[in-house]
Write a protein that binds this ligand. Structure first.
Ligand code: ZN
Ligand code: ZN
Length: 421
């Protein structure tokens, strides 16, 4: 049995109230947050339903006619979407395409890891050259994207500058002595980032997406001028490392940067998971971000397997001027298909969300799975051809490369191509 927070609301279950934010009631209309402020830190109250508090069977929910908690017209756009589910304090995927990895399979994958697939540095310098990022503000009718390796990128559009899953460390690990080591250095440091950076979006708490050193460096440079949009369950961790300007969101909730209320940051679902210690599996939610401005819309997919939620995201927030979608860490499929897409599935997401141009992320930086390091871009090109899509509608960038994307999907490479390697 499973139930969702939406079910709970319709049945009038006494659980923490869930605020369903509609587009017309956008939060920052006066440059202030709708949610409670605790000095400068804006933390949303937890709204996901802990299933232990639900006493009525889920099958009764739909037929209940006595619901008076939520007016139907205030949730009508959200009834057909998947809400987050938490059981015994741990988030779970609501998708039928998900089964949790067994301990035996994790062990089997660990023992069978092929670590011989990263070539020597000379080959890497030829295959994956690096250019100096161009962080100049784009023209008003364009969105600029700069790839900084793995899932880290800077997007600038509609007067907003954001960075995703900032990762500037050598290792994706709790220790900088052991754990997955990057084979391509970041093309710039936190010091080189644009000084007008407004926001960080975090997709989930895995070490290759939430790096403590990078968070600390960003916080030291930008302080509370930078707003951190994080998944539900992560605010305490952020507070623990000294970050103050944090907005923690459940799936489908949205917020914005103060004084830039015309761009909303919506936390949207993915099929993935989250863990940082042996015992905290599922304590923090996972997801993607739809950043919706007056001229451009940008989608950051984080880590995900393929599931039907992307059609929902496309219906609600598409079309997107641009998206960032993962293409790597997908082999072996018997283990990875639950959590990471392969390039053909990444192309399906690109189509489902109606992205005019997508940047391939989550490849070329860390060897996290068994595929050869250049397979993801090759398979991406083949998948685009099979889907009868233009090769330049979903592209891999050089490390550090910047491109401008216009609303009609036209893409321009940055005029600056200053090779570092
Ligand atoms: Zn992950
Ligand atoms: Zn990852």
């Amino acid at each position: 049995m499973s139930a969702t927070s939406g079910d709970a609301m319709r049945n009038g279950v006494s659980s923490p109230p869930r605020t369903v934010v509609t587009r017309s009631s956008l939060i920052c209309s006066s440059g202030k947050d709708k949610y409670t402020f605790d000095s400068e830190r804006a933390i949303l109250p937890i709204r996901s339903v802990d299933l232990q508090t639900i006493e009525t069977p889920a099958e009764d929910h739909e037929s209940s006619s006595s619901s008076s908690v939520v007016k139907r017209d205030s949730v009508v756009r959200r009834l057909d979407v998947h809400h987050s589910v938490r059981v015994d304090g741990r988030f779970r995927n609501p998708w039928t395409t998900w089964t949790p990895p067994s301990f035996a399979n994790i062990l089997k994958f660990g023992l069978a890891r092929d670590r011989s697939r990263v070539p020597p540095k000379e080959d890497l310098d030829l295959a994956l050259p690096m250019v100096r990022p161009d962080f100049r503000a784009p023209p008003a009718d364009a969105l600029s994207l700069t790839w900084l390796g793995h899932s880290t990128l800077v997007a600038r559009f509609d007067g907003i500058s954001l960075i995703s899953d900032p990762m500037f460390s050598d290792r994706a690990s709790p220790s900088q002595a052991v754990g997955p080591k990057r084979y391509r250095a970041p093309p710039c440091s936190v010091h080189d980032l644009p000084s007008d950076l407004d926001a960080v979006v975090i997709s989930h708490a895995h070490y290759d997406h939430l790096d403590r050193n990078s968070v600390t460096l960003l916080n030291a440079r930008f302080g509370s001028d930078l707003r951190w949009f994080v998944p539900l369950g992560l605010a305490d961790w952020m507070s623990g490392v000294g970050v103050e300007n944090v907005v923690e969101l459940d799936w489908w909730e949205e917020n914005c940067v103060s004084d830039k209320s015309d761009v909303s940051f919506v936390f949207t679902p993915t099929q993935h998971w989250s863990q940082r210690t042996l015992t905290d599996d599922g304590h923090v939610l996972w997801g993607s971000w739809a950043v919706v401005g007056p001229t451009h819309r940008f989608f950051f997919a984080g880590d995900t397997a393929y599931c039907d939620v992307f059609r929902q995201i496309g219906r609600m927030y598409g079309p997107f001027t641009a998206a960032a979608i993962p293409i790597g860490a997908y082999e072996p499929r018997w283990f990875m298909r639950q959590q990471h897409v392969e390039p053909a599935e990444a192309v399906r997401i690109h189509q489902d969300i109606a992205s005019r141009f997508s940047l391939a992320i989550h490849w070329g930086t860390f060897a996290l799975a068994n595929e050869y390091f250049l397979d993801p871009p090759m398979k991406l090109r083949a998948a685009l051809e099979s889907a009868h899509l233009e090769a330049n509608s979903f592209a891999t960038f050089l490390h550090g490369e910047t491109r401008l994307v216009y609303r009609d999907g036209r893409v321009e490479r940055s005029k600056t191509k200053d090779f570092i390697l």
